[in-house]
Design a protein around this ligand. Structure first.
Ligand code: SAM
Length: 330
C-alpha cells in the first residue's frame, strides 16, 4: 500500500534518487564548464550503506519504483554495489536508472545480469558531430552499441530522452531521424522541453522551444495519444501502428504538468526534495545512520509530504533552489 500522499490527493509511488552530483559530460544546457564542486559545500555524497537504509524505508512506505540518477550515476565506483543491494535487499519492485550512456557498451551485460528494470538514456542528437558538440564527448557510437547489446539480451524497458533545443533537434527532419530510430526498435523516445534553471537563463532564452511543435508534428503524422501507465510520470506518450517504439513528450511548462506529478526526489547528499524546482527540501541524512532509525525516518518523510505545493512556479521564472539539474537529477 502506498502511504505517500500529499494534501492534493497525489500519490508518490516513485522516487528519483541521485547518488552523485558528479557528471563527466559537459552538456551545454546543464554543466557547460563540466562538473565543479560548489565552493563551501563540504557535505559528502550518501554512502552505499545510507542509501541501503533509505531504500528499505521507502519500500515500507509503498514506493514501487526507484530511479537512480545523478550527475551521472555510473561514475560512482560502487554503482554496481548500490544497484545490486537495491535489487536483492530492498523489496522495491522496480529499480531503473537515468544515464548519459557512458561506457554503456561495456556495462550493458552487467546491468542486465544485476536485474535493472529499465534504463533511460540521454541522447540529444543522433548526429555524431552534434552529439559531440552538445556533450563534449564523441561517444554516440558506443552508446548505440550499448543499446544493441541490451536489446540482444532482451532487456525490455529502454527509453531515450532528448532535450528539445532550438536549431539543433527541433526540425521535422530531426524528428524523422528519431522516428526512423524507433521504427523497428522497441524503444520509447521522449523529448524533454528545456527547463530554466538558476544557471542557464541566457541559454534558456536562446534555445528554449515549446514542445507544442513536436506535439503538432506527432498529430499531423498520425501518432495517437496514449493514456498513462500507473507509475509512468508526467510524460505524454504517442503510438503509431507502423512503429515498434513510442514517441513521448515531457512538457514541464504545460498547464497541468504538476497534476500528474508522482515523484519525490532525494539528492545525493541526502536531502528530500518535494519538487524538482521547489524551495522546500530538508536533510534526512541524520536518520540514515543506523537501522534503528527506520520508523523515525518514515515518520519524517510522511510529514514532509504535507508541505508539497500544488505546482512549481516555473512558468513564472521561479526555479527554486535548482542551479542546474546535476544537483537534483533531472
Ligand atoms: N547523467 C544522467 C543523464 O544524462 O541522463 C542523469 C542526470 S541528467 C541531469 C537527467 C536528464 O536531465 C537528462 O536527460 C538531461 O538531458 C536532462 N536535463 C538536464 N538539464 C536540463 C534542463 N535544463 N532542461 C531539461 N532537461 C535537462
Amino acid at each position: 500500500m502506498n502511504k505517500l500522499k500529499d494534501t492534493f490527493g497525489r500519490k508518490f509511488p516513485y522516487i528519483r534518487l541521485s547518488i552523485t552530483d558528479i557528471c563527466n559530460y559537459k552538456c551545454t544546457y546543464c554543466l557547460p564548464q563540466g562538473y565543479k564542486k560548489t565552493p563551501g559545500d563540504m557535505r559528502s555524497f550518501m554512502t552505499a550503506e545510507e542509501i541501503s537504509r533509505l531504500t528499505k524505508a521507502l519500500a515500507e512506505l509503498g514506493v514501487c519504483k526507484i530511479r537512480l540518477t545523478g550527475g551521472e550515476p555510473t561514475v560512482r565506483k560502487d554503482f554496481f554495489d548500490i544497484l545490486k543491494d537495491m535489487k536483492q535487499n530492498s523489496n522495491i519492485p522496480k529499480i531503473t536508472m537515468t544515464t548519459n550512456g557512458y561506457r554503456l557498451d561495456k556495462i550493458a551485460k552487467q546491468l542486465h545480469e544485476v536485474g535493472l528494470d529499465g534504463i533511460n538514456i540521454s541522447i540529444d542528437s543522433l548526429n555524431r558531430e552534434t552529439f559531440k558538440k552538445l556533450t563534449g564527448h564523441d561517444r554516440l557510437p558506443e552508446i548505440l552499441e550499448g543499446i544493441k547489446i541490451l536489446q540482444k539480451l532482451n532487456f525490455k524497458n529502454i527509453k531515450v530522452n532528448a532535450v528539445l533545443l532550438r536549431g539543433i533537434n527541433d526540425s521535422h527532419k530531426e524528428f524523422e531521424k528519431f522516428g526512423n530510430f524507433i521504427k523497428d526498435n522497441k524503444i520509447d523516445f521522449r523529448f524533454i522541453e528545456l527547463m530554466q534553471t538558476g544557471d542557464n537563463l541566457d541559454y534558456f532564452k536562446k534555445n528554449h522551444v515549446s514542445s507544442k511543435i513536436f506535439k503538432d508534428y506527432l498529430e499531423k503524422n498520425n501518432w495517437v495519444y496514449q493514456t498513462y501507465g500507473k507509475d509512468a510520470g508526467p510524460a505524454l506518450n504517442f503510438i503509431h501502428p507502423e512503429y515498434k517504439g513510442k514517441f513521448g513528450l515531457i512538457a514541464p511548462y504545460s498547464k497541468d504538468f504538476c497534476k500528474t506529478c508522482n515523484s519525490l526526489r532525494v539528492t545525493s547528499r541526502g536531502d528530500l526534495r518535494l519538487c524538482l524546482f521547489g524551495n522546500t527540501g530538508i536533510s534526512i541524512r541524520h536518520l540514515l545512520q543506523n537501522n534503528d532509525q527506520k520508523e523515525e525516518l518514515i515518520d519524517l518523510i510522511t510529514k514532509q509530504l504535507h508541505l508539497k505545493k500544488e505546482s512549481h512556479y516555473l512558468e513564472l521564472g521561479d526555479t527554486g533552489i535548482t542551479k542546474n539539474l546535476s544537483t537534483t537529477g533531472g
